[in-house]
Each structure stands twice: as structure tokens, then as C-alpha cells.
Design a protein around this ligand. Structure first.
Ligand SMILES: *Cc1c(COP(=O)(O)O)cnc(C)c1O
Length: 345
């Protein structure tokens, strides 16, 4: 604040360099939020009307909104049977001559199967943009999420694993041309003040948020490690409850546990009862997400009614997120687990 410089200055520049180093990419471009990070990459690649972008059927709606914002068509692909992330085998079936990009989401902090997705995309000459909004710091066989696709879109919304004190976002990439184009797009289509190369936007990470993020970034790995311990304790304390499915990340994945999402396997009624029991014990729980994008009013025009994506619909009806974060104490985990066990037994 004392510098008197609030937009596009030294803090943003320094954060971009530090976050690129953290993710293992050559470039990082700070933007106003995660949705525009996704959207601007598609714009920079020239994706638009008539093009198709493959998205998960099971995701937060922002993933789809980025695709429709540029006028392209979202082509939903169902998750793997174990869930929650997009199934590479089903991606192969969904590719058409119009497919321009694949947008895997690392949902709940668990990385999608990037090796399989990149092999497929490279064979077909299709771009891949990772939605890293819920998975900052996670790894696939030692590589950070956001450094594996052609671009990674990040959100610094306050509740994410690294959050600002307001909105914020970024794109990471090794492609210098993409990074440069994003710098122009975020700043009115201008590289030099009052010289406008194209019709751009105003979408910038601001200096104060970048300064906050620079303080938090060195702690991110440690906070994610604390989340891992919370998850491991849940795994232990919730083991063996009939009808309760626990999250199971693949061997090659290092998840960062943005959320700890269990599944109540035999129907919505039991889930509602469990939510009530948790509420009564003063324990908050949430459903991520209760309505999949294809069943939202916002996408009624796509005419993909109930039954179009049964795996996503089944997840919406069975998932429940338990308290998770670096601040969650072992005692809290034990209390939550005991409440879940009593309610479901
Ligand atoms: C939060 C989120 C976004 C959007 O990020 P904002 O910064 O809120 O715009 C996109 N995708 C997923 C999966 C998210 O969880």
C-alpha cells in the first residue's frame, strides 16, 4: 500500500516468477480469477464457435462456463468408475474432427490421469488445459499439476489450497507465445500504454493480492502435508463402515486434499440423515456438487436431461465433503468419524 502502486507492478511480477518456479513452468501470468484463466487460454488458442472442448461431466460449473464464454461447445465426458476425475478411455471416444482442446479438472485436489490424457492429445494434435483450481501443489509422478498440460489455470479464491483475500487467478505454461498473448488480453489488448493491438479485457491479479500470495506460497507444501495427515486419519477412523465409500487416489497421484469427499453408497435418504446427524453434533458438511452442470438451468439449452451422464448424476446424489483443511485437528477428525459411524451403523 505504501508503494502507491496497485495494479501490475513489482508484487505481481515477483509472484508470477515464484509461482512459475513452484509449479515447474517457464511462465506464469496473473489474472483476476480462475474462470478467466480458463477462458483466456481458450481465447488465446483461438477456440470459438464451431469448436468442441472436452470437459468432465463431474466438475464445478466454472469449467463449462469458460468453454461457453468463448462460444465453443462443451463435450462432457464421464469420470472413471472410481471417480471423481475424467476417464481417459472415454475421452478417446468423444474426440471428433472439431475437438480443439481437452480440459481435465483435478477435482477435490486429486490429479486427473494426465499421462494418459497427454498421450492421447499429442497423438491427435489437441491442446490440453488443466483446471488446477482445486489442486495447487499436487503432483502426477513427481510433476506438479499445472505443468503437465500445455497450460494450467489456477484460482486463488479464498477457500482454495492457496487463497488470496479476494479473487485472483493465474495461468502457468512453458509456451512463451501463450504467456505473451495472455499479458496482452488481460490488459485491454495493450502491450504499450494507449496502444491497443486487439480488443482485450481487464483481468489482472492485483498487487495487494499478489503480495498476500507471496507470503502464503512458501507455506503451501506444509499446509498440503497437514491436509494429507487429516485425510490419512479419516481413512483410518472411517474404515469398515458398511455403505460408506472413502476416497482412493491412484498410486501415481499425490493429491492435496482440497476436499475429503466420501460417498454414501446406498441412496440419498441416508446421506440426508447423516447430514442431519453431523449438523446436530455441530459439524459442517457440504455437497460438492449437488447438481451436475448438464442438469443446471444455465445449460437447459443443451437438452442433456436426467440420465445423460449417469456417473456424474450418481456422484451428485451420493457425495459428501467432511471438514478438511490444514487447521483441522486430530480430535476433530475423531469426533467427525465417530459421528459418521454412529449415524450409518
Ligand atoms: C474455483 C474453481 C474455478 C473458478 O475459480 P474462480 O477463481 O472462482 O473463478 C474453476 N474450476 C474449479 C474446479 C474450481 O473449483
Amino acid at each position: 500500500m505504501e508503494s502507491g502502486w496497485y495494479v501490475l507492478g513489482k508484487e505481481v511480477e515477483a509472484f508470477e516468477a515464484e509461482y512459475a518456479a513452484f509449479c515447474g513452468t517457464k511462465h506464469c501470468v496473473g489474472l483476476a480469477n480462475g474462470l478467466e484463466a480458463l477462458e483466456f487460454v481458450l481465447r488465446a488458442w483461438g477456440v470459438g464457435p464451431g469448436d468442441e472442448v472436452i470437459v468432465p461431466s463431474n466438475t464445478y460449473i466454472a469449467t463449462w462456463l469458460a468453454v461457453t464464454a468463448v462460444g465453443a461447445k462443451p463435450v462432457p465426458v464421464e469420470p472413471t468408475p472410481a471417480g471423481p476425475n475424467i476417464d481417459p478411455d472415454r475421452i478417446a471416444e468423444a474426440i471428433t474432427p472439431r475437438t480443439r482442446a481437452i480440459m481435465p479438472v483435478h477435482l477435490y485436489g486429486e490429479p486427473a490421469d494426465m499421462d494418459a490424457i497427454m498421450a492421447l492429445a499429442d497423438r491427435q494434435g489437441i491442446k490440453v488445459i488443466e483446471d488446477v483450481a482445486q489442486a495447487q501443489g499436487s503432483k502426477v509422478r513427481g510433476r506438479r499439476a499445472g505443468s503437465i498440460g500445455h497450460a494450467g489455470a489456477h484460482s486463488f479464491f479464498p477457500t482454495k489450497n492457496i487463497g488470496a483475500y479476494g479473487d485472483g487467478g493465474a495461468v502457468t505454461t512453458d509456451d512463451p507465445g501463450l504467456a505473451e498473448r495472455l499479458r496482452v488480453l488481460r490488459n485491454y489488448g495493450s502491450r504499450v500504454k494507449y496502444v491497443n493491438l486487439e480488443r482485450g479485457y481487464n483481468s489482472r491479479l492485483d498487487e495487494l493480492q499478489a503480495a498476500f500470495l507471496r507470503v502464503k506460497l512458501p507455506k503451501l507444501d506444509e499446509w498440503n502435508e497437514r491436509r494429507r495427515l487429516v485425510a490419512a486419519r479419516y481413512d483410518d477412523k472411517l474404515a469398515g463402515i458398511p455403505g460408506l465409500g472413502l476416497p482412493r487416489a491412484p498410486q501415481w497421484a499425490e493429491p492435496v486434499w482440497h476436499l475429503y469427499v466420501v460417498r454414501i453408497l446406498d441412496g440419498g435418504g441416508r446421506r440426508a440423515d447423516l447430514v442431519k446427524a453431523l449438523d446436530k453434533a455441530g459439524i459442517g458438511s457440504l455437497i460438492h456438487y449437488p447438481i451436475p452442470p448438464h442438469l443446471q438451468e444455465a445449460y437447459a439449452d443443451l437438452k442433456q436431461g436426467k440420465g445423460s451422464y449417469p456417473l456424474a448424476e450418481e456422484l451428485a446424489e451420493t457425495v459428501l465433503s467432511l471438514p478438511m483443511g490444514p487447521h483441522v485437528e486430530p480430535d476433530t477428525v475423531d469426533k467427525v468419524a465417530a459421528t459418521v459411524r454412529a449415524a450409518l451403523s
